[in-house]
Design a protein around this ligand. Structure first.
Ligand code: PLP
Length: 386
């Protein structure tokens, strides 16, 4: 049985070239980048080369890139670091109601420290409307954090417009770019960003490594004290193999992102048409066009998403319901709830996220497997059409 992986929003495989680049840093090149001898100098040089590559991926300066342990830490550092450093200016933060928990839970923690957070509503297509952002701004707003693209439904936000509003009002603008960096072109200048979170394992790099872009001059405080690594913003001996892997992954993504986005868009649209065309009472969650090339999120009436995942898995197909982080909870997805779906509709969702390994042949196999599995489940369902 051919195994087909279509859960690339949860994680991606480490690219062979990335693994090759990392391997020497587990064996011969094991120096601590803070050491003054040649072992340390080699490690430092590798880190700085990786920093330049990550910067190039998002049109930043190398000095604006800080390595972290992943997307979650980057979000924590951006939100807490900016909130703490700017608390004399104000204590109000604006975000959206369907951010990843790495942002939402940080906001909840900040609320316990007497910060005030506004969670903006989103449209049925999953858009944060710039006018709604503008209307939420107060005299004490210090930070706006809106994810570049949603991890469940793939809607890409009008970042440029939101960035312009933030700039005009002198408010910092952070984005969780975990689902976009390496998947679509990302330019921090064009988007008007002050901070951007990136995760290695979503762009064919290793797990446990990430980066935070912080625009030069942004006032941000360290949330992890220690030996003063990463310009004093993120202490801890650098994960040299991870950083080298992220650098190589960023380099590869920069080379391929435009062509790969085009290729995946064609695959995505074929799968969308096949599924929606052949299955009654099915729909697409998220924006019809302003969405990630890799993302489809379907809704099927009379279906339990979890049962569908298990049937597909039995046929060698990996997909998901909602986000990987919440799919074990069985609670209705906060993202689907935010776009206005009721609990029953939320439970009938299927997220398919494409990656570099997927082909047209996969698309045809998967659309057929979805069609047959939905039909089988509906026949068994007490709720379903008879
Ligand atoms: N933000 C988004 C939008 C994500 O999709 C994820 C991972 O699922 C994260 C943050 C967390 O990133 P990491 O797994 O690197 O901590």
């Amino acid at each position: 049985m051919k195994r087909i992986y279509m859960d690339n929003a949860a994680t991606t495989p480490v690219a062979p070239e990335v693994l090759q680049a990392m391997l020497p840093y587990f064996s011969d090149l094991y120096g601590n980048a803070s050491s003054l001898h040649s072992f340390g100098i080699e490690a430092r040089a590798a880190i700085e080369e990786a920093r330049s590559k990550v910067a190039a991926l998002i049109n930043a300066e190398p000095s604006e890139i800080y390595f972290t342990s992943g997307g979650t830490e980057s979000d924590n550092l951006a939100l807490k670091g900016i909130a703490l450093k700017n608390r004399k200016k104000g204590r109000h933060i604006i975000t959206s109601s369907f951010e990843h928990p790495a942002v939402l839970e940080v906001c909840r923690a900040l609320t316990r420290l007497d910060y005030d957070v506004t969670y903006l509503p989103v449209t049925r297509d999953g858009l944060v409307e710039p006018d709604v952002v503008r209307a939420a701004i107060r005299h004490d707003t210090i930070l706006i954090s809106i994810m570049h693209a949603n991890n469940e439904i793939g809607t890409i936000q009008p970042m440029h417009e939101i960035g312009q509003i933030a700039r005009e009002k002198g408010i910092y603008f952070h984005s969780d770019g975990v689902q976009t960096a390496g998947k679509i072109p990302v330019d921090v200048e064009a988007l008007g960003l002050d901070a951007l979170s990136i995760s290695g394992h979503k762009l064919y790099g290793p797990k446990g490594i990430g980066a935070l872009y912080v625009r030069k001059g942004v006032k941000i405080e360290s949330i992890q004290q220690g030996g003063g690594h990463e310009g004093g913003l993120r202490s801890g001996t650098e994960n040299v193999p991870g950083i080298v892997g992220l650098g190589r992954a960023a380099d590869m993504a920069k080379e391929t992102v435009t062509d790969e986005a085009k290729r995946q868009t064609a695959l995505r649209d074929r799968l969308k048409e096949a599924v929606l065309g052949r299955i009654d009472e099915s729909w697409l969650n998220g924006h019809p066009s302003q969405r990630l090339p890799s993302n489809l999120n379907f809704g099927f009436r009379y279906i339990e998403g979890e049962s569908l995942i298990l049937l597909l898995d039995a046929r060698g197909i990996a997909a998901s319901t909602g986000s990987a982080c919440s799919s074990k909870k069985l609670a209705a997805s906060h993202v689907l709830t935010a776009i206005g779906l009721g609990p029953v509709e939320c439970h009938g969702s299927l997220r398919v996220t494409l990656g570099r390994s997927n082909t047209m042949e996969d698309i045809d196999l998967v659309s057929q497997a979805i069609e047959e599995s939905v039909s089988r489940l509906r026949k068994m369902s007490a709720l379903g059409p008879r």
